[in-house]
Ligand binder design. Structure first.
Ligand code: ADP
Ligand code: MG
Length: 472
């Protein structure tokens, strides 16, 4: 009974298939003469045999897909992280950390096997003394990686897709879209939050006590370079009391969020620091940001390709706890008018800039710092309250500033070739020389003084050679 050979298989398969038509079942059950005839024919038998095998395989395949789906739904959990999320960098950094430390640590550390796809990330580390070194970090490249975390196997799938990100259409800039999908067994799902917070801690550890500078990258803000060491606020010597005044102002602002909200006033504050180059404007803003644990978002208005809409987007999507710093705010618009002939086209318009500064009324905190060397060139519309609430001149070195900077350079235990009282005498001497020079209209910048002090290691020589700074 050859046809029967088909039957048991079909019958065993059918419960799995549920409602789907079972082709192998009907011929035998029907038992019509035509089929009976066919069943006797060896060719038809072979045909039925093949049909049966095909059906069984088909059922088995759909069954196994179905089973796999059920398994995945019931037993696996996935977590998707995309590259707009900060966790994305943290996770890649965490993976890299695991691979990079594996060689050094004990044999137990088998961080991930089967990682043939690696990407390289070049890091430049700047040391406090100014030197720098480059090293490469291998991060998980696009592809699938397996690793074990706290005893649980996990799969990390990094995928890259070139499609425009949100807002891409308006700006015409497409940013690769990337995701990492983590998959593990359901019972280990509690490990995801643990893993992510471990990654975050690792990611943040590198920035702790550091100043992060972001720059515009397409339409989003990205950290620029490695986090820098914070500069003590005291190391930037301004006119007596000025540094404290600005600090007080910003602290008062930060304490009044609710006050602004209650009155429906946009929660923002603008600062303008103006004065000659090398007077400490940029240094001060960076030191201030550091002292308040704020980041800096550096905005370059004359950057190629920056248009009004993009500027608007950037200004309304500033990362939390950041100052927006716009340097040489006068240059952006003047240069555009002067150099259109040679093809330079900055497409930020002055009115577009003002609109972006005003922004849509929102509860979001925004602190903008602007600097310029030529305050007189600024349009009065920019300096009006609401856009610039605090404006201050940061000038060339005053005698008092010079004296203070001198003390900071040569004072302390580092310097032993002069006594404390001698040093104070020299500081006063320097003060008097500067005062005299100022009377005759000769000025020197703080940056020039700093350079002079660096060149002259001995305090006495520095004062003696001070004339170097004033030409004849
Ligand atoms: N008031 C200051 N106190 C201490 N250092 C200063 C001061 N002004 C300038 N410098 C030094 O001069 C250099 C240039 O200063 P920077 O902040 O870039 O000036 P600006 O932004 O006003 O042009 C920095 O290395 C900084 O340390
Ligand atoms: Mg500057």
């Amino acid at each position: 009974m050859p046809a029967g050979a088909v039957l048991p298989n079909a019958a065993t398969s059918s419960p799995l298939a549920g409602g789907s038509p079972v082709a192998g079942g009907s011929p035998v059950a029907g038992g019509s003469s035509l089929l009976g005839l066919a069943a006797d024919n060896p060719f038809f038998q072979a045909g039925f045999g093949l049909l049966g095998v095909g059906v069984v395989m088909g059922l088995a395949r759909s069954g196994s897909i179905w089973a796999a789906t059920v398994l995945r739904r019931r037993m696996l959990v996935s977590l998707e992280i995309d590259n707009r999320d900060r966790a994305y960098e943290w996770f890649l950094g965490w993976m890299a950390h695991r691979t990079n430390t594996s060689g050094a640590s004990t044999s137990r550390a088998t961080p991930w096997i089967r990682s043939h796809e690696l990407s390289v990330e070049t890091m430049i580390e700047r040391r406090p003394n100014g030197s720098s070194s480059v090293f490469f970090q291998l991060v998980a490249g696009p592809g699938t990686h397996w690793f074990k975390y706290k005893g649980a196997w996990m799969q990390a799938k990094r995928e890259r897709e070139t499609r425009s990100m949100m807002g891409g259409q308006q700006t015409g800039i497409s940013v690769p879209w990337e995701t990492v999908t983590l998959t593990t067994l359901s019972r280990d799902r509690a490990l995801f939050p643990q893993l992510l917070s471990e990654a975050r801690d690792l990611g943040m550890r590198g920035q702790e006590g550091k100043l992060v500078i972001h720059t515009a990258w397409g339409i989003e803000w990205r950290p620029f370079g490695k986090p820098r060491r914070k500069r003590p606020l005291k190391s930037v010597v301004l006119e007596p009391g000025l540094s404290e005044r600005i600090e007080q102002d910003i602290k008062a602002f930060l304490a009044r969020r609710q006050w602004y909200a209650d009155r429906g006033i946009p929660y923002r504050r603008g600062y303008l620091l103006h004065g000659p180059p090398g007077s400490g404007k940029t240094s001060f803003i960076q030191a201030l940001a550091g002292s308040l644990s704020y980041d800096i978002c550096l905005l370059n208005l004359s950057e190629r390709g920056l248009a009004d809409d993009k500027l608007n987007h950037l200004l309304s999507n500033v990362p939390e706890r950041s100052f927006v710093l716009i340097e040489d705010v006068d240059a952006a618009f003047n240069k555009r008018m002067q150099t259109t002939a040679d093809g330079f086209q900055s497409s930020v318009t002055f009115s577009g800039f003002l609109n972006a500064l005003d922004g849509v009324a929102s509860g979001e905190e925004r602190i903008v710092f602007m600097t310029t060397n030529h305050v007189e060139k600024l349009d009065p519309a920019l300096i009006r309250p609401g856009r610039v609430d605090f404006s201050s001149l940061i000038d060339n070195a005053s005698p008092l500033q010079a004296r203070q900077l001198f003390r900071q350079f040569y004072g302390g235990s580092m310097n032993t070739d002069v006594s404390a009282s001698e040093l104070e005498g020299l500081a006063q001497e320097l003060h008097d020389i500067l005062q005299q020079k100022l009377k005759s209209g000769q000025k020197v910048s703080m940056a020039a003084l700093q350079g002079h002090f660096i060149r002259n290691q001995a305090a006495k020589v520095a004062v003696l050679n001070l004339v170097d700074l004033f030409g004849t």
